[in-house]
Design a protein around this ligand. Structure first.
Ligand code: NAD
Ligand code: LMR
Length: 340
């Protein structure tokens, strides 16, 4: 089997079951922060996605090399690289989906909130440009702290008069990816069959995997096992930060997760049925204005935000415990955007 045919088959599984690449509509995807640790493998994965017709790569450093490199791959998407702020408008114009992994990553000993000082400003300026150049785009926010950067984006869009709550997503797919992997390992079930919803937010205890709803069901896991799986999922980012020992945080698994989520958004926009992923969105599932839960994706972005379903006592306790921290992070983001 050639690598090319393997990659083609991988690419095909993204969308060809429903749409041949020829029949798929034109879709422009922009990646902001495209030359970074996440941006580069994410650019690769989006170039392999047959649903993408135009791939716009923007970064303030290193874009031309990444764009030239990715552009040689013989798949559908036409690639363009944009390297400085005065090209941001062109990079964004006509985008259907904008993915934002721009910003600094953690080093050991830092929390995601420690990134707020730098990343809040980056996200604010990028969202200001989105409001101006592609106000109808679906936005996939990866930059941390997601619990604050999504509220920042919402305030920027509100100020600009372009806010559509159905089109703003905090990407929490990596939490789901981790929960699936860790559960499959412990429950000894095939990982490809596993589903685990992860709700709440994207930092520490605000990440709440719902292993009581995991499928395939395993009756072999003790309460201690579930507690350990929950903690490992919540600390998954830190596990990678520590292993990288100062050289950043998750990039490859994040690019994979980001590509899964962007693909789901594209499928939804194209009218594919039953596209459901967990995401941090505007929500009335709890008393908090933003919350991650299962979301149905459609032609206009969010079609339905699903409730949490039935929770174990341990999950109920986790839910109450996460609320104060998540509330404070949301409020911090809103305050920053309103005052700056
Ligand atoms: P990185 O430093 O490798 O790359 C970031 C890129 O952003 C760099 O290329 C940089 O030039 C670019 N950048 C900085 N300011 C910019 C601006 N104003 N406009 C455009 N580009 C700009 O970092 P990384 O490892 O790719 O991580 C990026 C972000 O993603 C971090 O905030 C990290 O915490 C976050 N992250 C989130 C998740 C998640 O699950 N949501 C997972 C992993 C990482
Ligand atoms: C992750 O979950 O891997 C990311 O949020 C990056 C980090 O800082 O942990």
């Amino acid at each position: 089997r050639s690598v090319e045919s393997a990659l083609r088959r991988g690419g095909a599984s993204y969308g060809r079951r429903l749409f041949s690449s020829d029949a798929a509509p034109e879709r422009k995807v922009a990646i902001l922060g495209a030359a970074g640790g996440i941006g580069q493998p994410l650019a690769l994965l989006m170039k392999l996605n047959p649903l993408v017709s135009s791939l716009s790569l923007y970064d303030i450093a290193g874009t031309p090399g990444v764009a030239a490199d990715v552009s040689h791959i013989n798949t559908r998407a036409q690639v363009a690289g944009y390297a400085c702020e005065d090209q941001l408008g062109t990079a964004l114009e006509g985008s259907d989906v904008v993915i934002i992994p721009a910003g600094v990553p953690r080093k050991p000993g830092m929390t995601r909130d420690d990134l707020f000082k730098i990343n809040a400003g980056i996200v604010k300026s990028l969202c200001t440009a989105i409001a101006k150049y592609c106000p109808n785009a679906v936005v996939n926010m990866i930059s941390n702290p997601v619990n604050s950067t999504v509220p920042i984006a919402s305030e920027v869009f509100k100020k600009a008069g372009t806010y559509d709550e159905k089109k703003l997503f905090g990407v929490t797919t990596l939490d789901v990816v981790r929960a699936k992997t860790f559960y499959a390992g412990k429950a000894k079930v095939p990982v490809a069959d596993v589903n685990v919803p992860v709700v709440g937010g994207h930092a520490g205890i605000t990440i709440l995997p719902l292993f009581s709803q995991a499928t395939p069901v395993s009756n072999d896991l003790s309460h201690e096992d579930i507690k350990a799986l929950t903690k490992r999922t919540q600390d998954g980012g830190t596990e990678v930060v520590e292993a990288k020992a100062g050289k950043g945080s998750a990039t490859l698994s994040m690019a994979y997760a980001g590509a899964i989520f962007a693909d789901a958004c594209l499928k939804g926009l194209n009218g594919a049925p039953d596209i459901v992923e967990c995401s941090f969105v505007q929500s009335s599932v709890t008393e908090l204005p933003f919350f991650a839960s299962k979301v149905k994706l459609g032609k206009n972005g969010v079609e339905e935000v699903f409730g949490l379903g039935s929770l174990s006592d341990y999950e109920k306790e986790g839910l109450e415990n996460l609320k104060p921290e998540l509330k404070a992070s949301i409020e911090k983001g809103i305050k920053f955007a309103q005052e700056n």
